[in-house]
Design a binder for this molecule. Structure first.
Ligand code: NAP
Length: 225
């Protein structure tokens, strides 16, 4: 039985990841910023502990670290994310800079905060894994000029995690990135290709097969950087 920490676990891909790990018998530490409104999460069965965490806030993430002090964490899934400003406010010529900073704070620094806060917990596990749910939009190889704030924030976390992988790999901790596909969530919209369950199930397999660092798609294919 593994201990799995998931951010953004109240809906979308994160909720299905929480369900799948709980169904597999793992202990799930399900983080969301508004537990009171997380009815779908609280309705899940299994060993699930719901924690209030705002990944964009230093004190909130530090409090999670304090609460988990001394516990080994086998898997950390940085899933929480935001699309950032409205589409017409993140183009080549228009940019809501406050919204861009917020996207960067949540999508880039958020996973870093959580990784740093749980570093001792990850080191306490045997072969811990850190997976960050990024996006193809963050890949240098993905040549589509769109959602500038979102894309650059994901590119930032990709670079951080790629560097972290080199250091943490020496300590037996695998650090990876996964593009979840285009998924029918509040972010992806109803016309997307995949259900949240299909995406989450693929991501769970990617994590389970991860023996070293890398960047994958939800279906296990390697993703170009
Ligand atoms: N859906 C897609 O097609 C798609 C494609 C590529 C990548 N992704 C990535 O997949 C991940 C999950 O997204 P999703 O599609 O499941 O979207 P979603 O249904 O909109 O869920 C996003 C999750 O992130 C949480 N979140 C946002 N800002 C937060 C903050 N400041 N602190 C804590 N939690 C915060 C949300 O919490 P609240 O409910 O409180 O807002 C929610 O739990 C994201 O990283 C996203 O960038 C999605």
């Amino acid at each position: 039985m593994a201990t799995v920490v998931i951010t953004g676990a109240n809906k979308g891909i994160g909720l299905q990841l929480a369900r799948l790990y709980a169904e597999a018998g793992d202990k799930v530490v399900a983080c969301c910023r508004n537990p009171d409104g997380a009815d779908d999460l609280k309705a899940l069965e299994g060993d699930i502990e719901v924690k209030q965490v705002e990944v964009g806030n230093d004190a909130s993430v530090a409090a999670l670290g304090k609460e988990l002090e001394g516990a080994a964490v086998d898997v950390l899934i940085n899933n929480a994310g935001t699309v950032g400003p409205a589409m017409d406010q993140q183009t080549l010529t228009t940019l809501d800079t406050d919204g861009w900073l917020d996207a960067f704070n949540v999508n880039t620094i958020g996973p870093v905060r959580v990784l740093q806060a749980l570093m001792d917990n990850l080191k306490a596990a045997d072969g811990a894994k850190v997976m960050t749910v990024t996006s193809q939009y963050g890949a240098m190889a993905f040549d589509m000029p769109a959602v500038y704030a979102y894309s650059t924030s994901k590119a930032g976390v990709n670079k951080y995690m790629r560097m972290a992988a080199l250091e943490l790999g020496k300590e037996g901790i695998s650090v990876g990135l996964v593009h979840p596909g285009w998924v029918q969530t509040d972010m992806g919209g109803p016309k997307a290709d995949l259900t949240p369950t299909e995406s989450a199930s693929g991501i769970k397999d990617v994590i389970s097969n991860m023996t070293e660092s890398g960047f994958w798609k939800w279906n296990g294919e390697e993703h170009a950087w």
